[in-house]
Each structure stands twice: as C-alpha cells, then as structure tokens.
Design a protein around this ligand. Structure first.
Ligand SMILES: Cc1cc2nc3c(=O)[nH]c(=O)nc-3n(C[C@H](O)[C@H](O)[C@H](O)COP(=O)(O)O)c2cc1C
Length: 184
C-alpha cells in the first residue's frame, strides 16, 4: 500500500503571519513519518467569495489535493476567537471530497490560550464537511517563543502532542483509505 497523503493547510494569508513557521514544522514532522504531504497555503488560493474561483483560477488545484488526500491537518491562528475568513472560504469551495477523511488541528496564538477556541469552532465546521475530527489538538501558545534556534519546538511536550495528533490522523487515514478501495 502506498504512503498516506496528508496535506497541511496553512489557514491565514496575513502578511507577517507566524503560523507559517508552525505549518512548515508540522509539514516536516509529517514527512519524517514517511507520509506524503505538501503545504496548501490559503494565500495561493485567494478566494474572494463563496462559490467563486480565485483570480488565477486555481481552485481546481485545491480540488485535486482534497480529492487525493487521505487526511488533512489544518494549521491556523485564532482571530477574534475564531478561524480566519480566508480559511473558511477555501474549505467551503469543496464538498464531498472531504467526507470520511480525518482532520487534525494545530492552532497558533501569541497569547496564553493557544487558539483553543478557534479549534473548537473548526471542529464544528469540519464535522459539517463530514470529516473525522481527531484529538488531541495542538495549541501553540506564545508563538514568538515556541521555537528553538534549530527550528524545533522549544517544548518537548508540545512535540509529543503533535506526534500524538499525527498518530491519530495517520491511523484513520490508513483505515479509511483501505475502506475506500474495494478489496480485489
Ligand atoms: C485580526 C486578529 C485577531 C486576533 N485575535 C486573537 C485572538 O482572538 N486570540 C489570540 O490568542 N490571538 C489573537 N490574535 C493574535 C494572534 O495570536 C497572533 O497574530 C499570532 O501571531 C498568530 O497569528 P498569525 O499567524 O497571523 O501571526 C489576533 C490577531 C489578528 C491579526
């Protein structure tokens, strides 16, 4: 069986976003597990409204990524206790291709709450997309101090939670992918 494909969605297009470094660390961690992955940057898919394509007409690229994904990890900051609007527009651009695929959450915050409120809202949205929300979620609080000089999480327990979340995403990815492909 080929390796599960678990793309990482970076859910903010804000100039100067700190979530980008977190998304790259999550991507590296997934690739080190010998899973397939790639970064899906909402900034590359500037959807201007529900049901509209991007100016560059790239939503077919996103559609193909979601279709071939076995699971998805979303890395997003908490903005006013919610998820960024550009993330919601991108998620809403697709439908059945999300169904029965696991989704893991990584929230990013400059504060002490780690973006936990955002994740709980995103759980509801992804449930409506018929995805399988996994636990635990990863909450990166005080993101300015989250990384060592070598780019790894300064807190080993934060890395442990990321690994535990990815264990769940990987397990569901394999099980659900096997269920999607009829046995010969
Ligand atoms: C519009 C806006 C709203 C924000 N609201 C929150 C919030 O509700 N809770 C929080 O912890 N941080 C909030 N922040 C700060 C983010 O935690 C901070 O920008 C952090 O670096 C993660 O976001 P980033 O990827 O955009 O850098 C907000 C930032 C912006 C730009």
């Amino acid at each position: 069986m080929s390796a599960a494909f678990v793309p990482v969605i970076l859910g903010t297009a804000r100039p100067g976003r700190r979530s980008e470094a977190v998304a790259h660390h999550v991507l590296d961690t997934i690739l080190r597990r010998n899973l397939g992955s790639e970064l899906v940057d909402v900034a590359d898919y500037a959807v201007t409204g529900t049901g509209r394509d991007t100016a560059a007409g790239r939503l077919d690229v996103y559609a193909e990524i979601v279709e071939s994904a076995d699971g998805i990890v979303i890395v997003a900051p908490e903005y006013n206790h919610g998820y960024p609007g550009e993330l919601k527009l991108l998620l809403d651009s697709q439908g059945p291709a999300y169904a029965r695929k696991p989704v893991g959450y990584v929230s990013v915050s400059a504060g002490l709450m780690g973006g936990a409120r955002m994740v709980e809202q995103l759980r509801l949205v992804t449930t409506a997309l018929r995805m399988i929300p996994v636990s635990p979620a990863v909450h990166v609080s005080e993101v300015g101090d989250a990384f060592d000089a070598d780019g790894s999480f300064a807190s080993s327990s934060l890395q442990d939670v990321l690994d535990a979340m990815l264990d769940e995403v990987e397990w569901y990815s394999r099980v659900m992918a096997a269920a999607r492909v009829p046995a010969r």
